[in-house]
Each structure stands twice: as structure tokens, then as C-alpha cells.
Design a protein around this ligand. Structure first.
Ligand SMILES: [Zn+2]
Length: 193
């Protein structure tokens, strides 16, 4: 079993590695945020607001992982189809199936009250409930937990980025420039009120 797990880990690294193509990027500076869609704080992307019933199977930095891997406590594929929620108010800059090791990916821009922009990214989704150009509120369902078309046991690969103009990336890297530790960021920004 351990061998299978290690083999699948290597596969994950390889699969992410070869989908390095860039998606067309939205010009972040052109997006006008209505005050109603400015971030008022951040919640976790599953089991809202506190990720109740879920655990982070591979945190930021572990095995050079650039995000968190959220799984239901019940294990296996029991979380397949569970809702994935927008972590904060924001603008959907991409929502598309990019195949490879990524599958369906949703990328949302968030503007903080101080004008700073961050991005949240939800990958391997089974279904996508939003489209590019949509505005979302914190806690809105944006998709469901998936397997990236059967490559993995169902889980949510979730990233947060301080650089909102990067391409899709590789999911794993020793270079964390432009990436945030999602759990740390959310815990430090639960509410701006
Ligand atoms: Zn992951």
C-alpha cells in the first residue's frame, strides 16, 4: 500500500509538471471591484466556514506542494461531489477544464480593503458552477470536489497566490515566490470588520 501511495505521489508530481502551459490571463488592473465584492474576510473552501469534517492531507510546502489538499475525514472517494466554496468575495478570472494533472480549475481574484489583490485556485473539480466573469460572495458554491478525470482519489487542490498574474504553474515547486500558505493566510484574514 505504501508503494502504491508513493507511486501515485510521483505520478501527481509528473502530471502537474507537464501542464505548464499558460492560460490566457485577465488584465487584473482592468477589473473594477464594486464595494459589495471587496473581500470582507476569508473562510476555508470546504466544510464552511472552518473546514469542519475535512483534513488537509498535504499542506503548503510539504513535498514542495504549492497548496493544500482538502479531503473529507471519511476518506477515499467519499468526498466526490462535495461542494467547494468561494473563500471570499471576488471575481472569477478563469473557470475551465485544462486537463493534464489539473482537470477543472477555478481561479478567483479577491481585493482586500487595503487594495491588495490575492487569488484563490480550486483544482481537480468534478463540476464547475461558475464561469469567467462571474462575481461571487464568500461561501458561494463554485464547484464540487473531483478526481481530475479519474487521476486521483477525490480531493480539492487549493492554492492561494499573492501574485495574481502568474500562469497555471505546476502545483509543486521548491520556489514559492508568488504563492501564499493558504491555511495560514485564511487563519490570519478571517474578518476585516
Ligand atoms: Zn495538491
Amino acid at each position: 500500500m505504501k508503494g502504491v501511495f508513493l507511486a501515485s505521489m510521483l505520478w501527481i508530481v509528473a502530471a502537474f509538471g507537464y501542464s505548464l502551459m499558460n492560460q490566457p490571463e485577465t488584465d487584473v488592473a482592468e477589473i473594477e471591484f464594486d464595494v459589495a465584492y471587496l473581500s470582507d474576510g476569508f473562510d476555508f473552501p470546504v466544510g464552511i466556514p472552518d473546514a469542519a469534517g475535512y483534513y488537509n492531507a498535504q499542506g503548503f510546502g510539504k513535498n514542495n506542494h504549492l497548496g493544500d489538499d482538502w479531503n473529507a475525514n471519511t476518506g477515499g472517494n467519499t468526498d466526490l461531489g462535495d461542494p467547494v466554496f468561494a473563500v471570499s468575495n471576488g471575481y472569477v478570472k478563469n473557470a475551465e477544464d485544462i486537463r493534464g494533472g489539473w482537470g477543472n480549475v477555478i481561479r478567483i481574484l479577491h481585493k482586500l480593503p487595503n487594495g491588495e489583490m490575492v487569488e484563490s485556485l480550486y483544482a481537480h473539480c468534478d463540476t464547475v458552477l461558475v464561469k469567467q466573469g462571474d462575481w461571487v460572495k464568500r461561501g458561494d458554491p463554485v464547484g464540487t470536489i473531483g478526481t481530475a478525470h479519474g487521476i486521483y482519489y477525490a480531493h480539492l487542490h487549493f492554492e492561494m497566490r499573492s501574485n495574481t498574474t502568474m500562469g497555471i504553474g505546476g502545483g509543486y515547486s521548491a520556489n514559492q515566490t508568488g504563492y501564499l500558505d493558504p491555511t495560514e493566510f485564511i487563519n490570519e484574514h478571517r474578518s476585516f470588520r
